[in-house]
Design a protein around this ligand. Structure first.
Ligand code: G4P
Length: 528
């Protein structure tokens, strides 16, 4: 493409993910965003509604059986003069470590909150991951067409529970049956509620000025109360400050209803205006500027068997600088090898499409025949390694056992590879010969058992085990560390990468152990 201006292209990119609790409306809002943006590329699948899965990928029969998408996907669409990359974060039964890792590959996030339920626990977990990199968060309070909680209370909850300032951009006029629209606190404009049905985008009916006669007519008996409320909101809530948003300290908040496709456009307008273009990224050596010419990227996800016709795996790469051009040579830094990549893919409506060009902020898929791992860096020759793509401490644990004890070699090999891919994490206790697998989402266990059988021909069974969480441990004090290792030997294990972990049976046990060994560091994440 001769008129391909790289700097301009990079500045257009807005790469983000949605964080929310199941059922808050992530799928619905994704559909509306795509509708507004006229989808150009879909990688994997947009999780459809229950039995009505619009765009499906049938790459794995397990996925078919469950009617859900096992791994996340990437969607790219243009909006205004921007190119939006939306990385899906699996959230229901398909919640997994991939969900967390996807958040390491974005520049900002959209938090969707169910207005009736407020901040729920999955959102808190995902927010904690965003906090590792101070990711800017924009919020959408959904389901205004229902009776929701007091909006002021919701803002307080966001501030308290998530520890981030909340700055309302618009304010709802009524709710549920009496929902009349939203008032933009900055433009002094009312957007009148008119439900858009299905794939129809409702026209944007505006009333300029809260003082106007039309506004008075719309609000009728409630006019005076609403004006008082707005005065209160202006006085009591945070002002939107772009700098604070970009620093991850303040979240602009929009109210709306995704189902009725109302308020989504205003939110998206704000998003493409304020959300950061591709950000610079740290490596072990230096910070890579998103606008530098030399190509670089890292792998944040590996997806297996997406297409039954091609039994290989796809490694998802976030491009961090420069331009990917078809046929280019890349250095696979961990292996110290140059590889020619002619067949990086994006996905158009389920069919694989070859990418000609991709810039900072874009996601591309590389064919992986077992040589690529999560966290791998690719460059145009420079020996650097991107940081900030950690393993996350599993939240669920099972002992894994073989039906046929003669196959323990295959089991070890399979688990080793699956843990390198990031499908699961493996722990070997120091005091016994158990094999423990850890996961963030329960479906990961099924995926591992399925793939062990399908790809490694071993049948494994799970057994419950009393582990609450794992912490990677280290210390600068050799003596204190030796003492810790002696006293806690029963709880120590080595993970798939050879690192020492403390397996805590309960939350209380973990805090007591931390208290008793103040010179030992307990880490909830580990860099690859
Ligand atoms: P998720 O991906 O975050 O899990 O949520 P999803 O979009 O699937 O939405 C969960 C449920 O909430 C769906 O209803 C959806 O229709 C509904 N919903 C989403 N946004 C709104 C909204 O603005 N207002 C109202 N009233 N409901 C909303 P469901 O009954 O579970 O599914 P379906 O039968 O509608 O497909």
């Amino acid at each position: 493409m001769s008129d391909f201006n790289v700097q301009q292209e990079i500045n257009k990119r807005r790469t983000f993910a949605i964080i929310s609790h199941p059922d808050a409306g992530k799928t619905t809002i994704t559909e509306k965003l795509i509708l507004l943006g006229k989808l150009i590329q879909v990688a994997g699948t947009v999780k459809g509604k229950k039995n009505d899965r619009a765009a499906t990928s049938d790459w794995m029969s397990l996925e078919k059986e469950r009617g859900i998408s096992v791994t996340s996907s990437v969607m790219q669409f243009p909006y205004n003069d921007r190119i939006v990359n939306l990385l899906d974060t699996p959230g229901h039964e398909d919640f997994s470590e991939d969900t967390y890792r996807t958040l390491t590959a974005v520049d900002s996030a959209l938090m969707v909150i169910d207005g009736a339920k407020g901040v729920e626990d999955r959102t808190i977990k995902l927010m904690n991951v965003c906090r590792l990199r101070d990711t800017p968060i924009l919020s959408f309070v959904n389901k205004m067409d229902r009776d929701i909680r007091d909006p002021i209370e919701l803002l307080d909850e966001i501030e308290e529970v998530l520890g981030i300032a909340a700055a309302p951009i618009n304010w709802p006029i009524g709710m549920g049956r009496d929902f009349k629209g939203v008032y933009n606190l900055y433009t002094d404009t009312i957007h009148v509620f008119k439900p858009g049905k299905g794939s129809v985008i409702a026209e944007d009916i505006r009333i300029e000025g809260l003082e106007s006669d039309e506004a008075k007519a719309l609000l009728d008996d409630e006019y005076a109360d609403f004006c008082d409320e707005i005065e209160l909101v202006r006085g009591a809530s945070h002002q939107f400050e772009l700098e604070q948003y970009l620093a991850g300290q303040l979240s602009p908040v929009f109210f709306g209803t995704a189902l009725s496709n109302f308020g989504v456009r205003e939110m998206l307008d704000g998003f493409v205006e304020w959300a950061p273009a591709p950000l610079n990224r740290d490596t072990d050596v230096r910070t890579v500027d998103a606008r530098e010419e030399s190509f670089s990227g890292f792998i944040f996800k590996i997806q297996a068997n997406m297409d039954p016709k091609h039994r290989d795996r796809i490694a998802f790469m976030r491009v961090c600088s420069g331009t990917y051009r078809k046929g280019m040579k890349m250095r696979h830094v961990r292996l110290g090898k140059d590889v020619k990549i002619a067949d990086a893919v994006s996905f158009l409506a389920g069919d694989r499409e070859l990418v000609e060009e991709a810039v900072s902020g874009d996601i591309i898929g590389l064919h992986n025949h077992g040589t690529i791992q999560i966290g791998d860096t690719f460059t145009e020759g420079e020996e650097v390694k991107f940081t900030g793509i950690p393993h996350f401490a599993p939240e669920l644990f099972r002992r894994i056992r073989l039906r046929d004890p003669l196959k323990s070699k295959q089991l070890q090999k399979g688990l080793q590879q699956l843990s390198e891919e990031g499908s699961t994490q493996v722990f070997m206790p120091e005091r016994n010969s158990d094999l423990i697998v850890g996961a963030v989402g329960v479906l990961q266990f099924d995926v591992v058992a399925y793939r062990l059988k399908d790809e490694y021909k071993v049948e494994a069974i799970y057994e419950p085990i009393n582990v609450y969480t794992a912490r990677w441990v280290d210390s600068d004090d050799d003596k204190a560390f030796a003492e810790f290792k002696r006293k806690c030997a029963d709880n120590l294990a080595i993970d798939g990468g050879g690192h020492l972990c403390y397996l805590a049976p309960t939350r209380v046990n973990l805090s007591l152990t931390e208290e008793r060994h103040p010179k030992v560091n307990f880490h909830a994440t580990r860099e690859h």
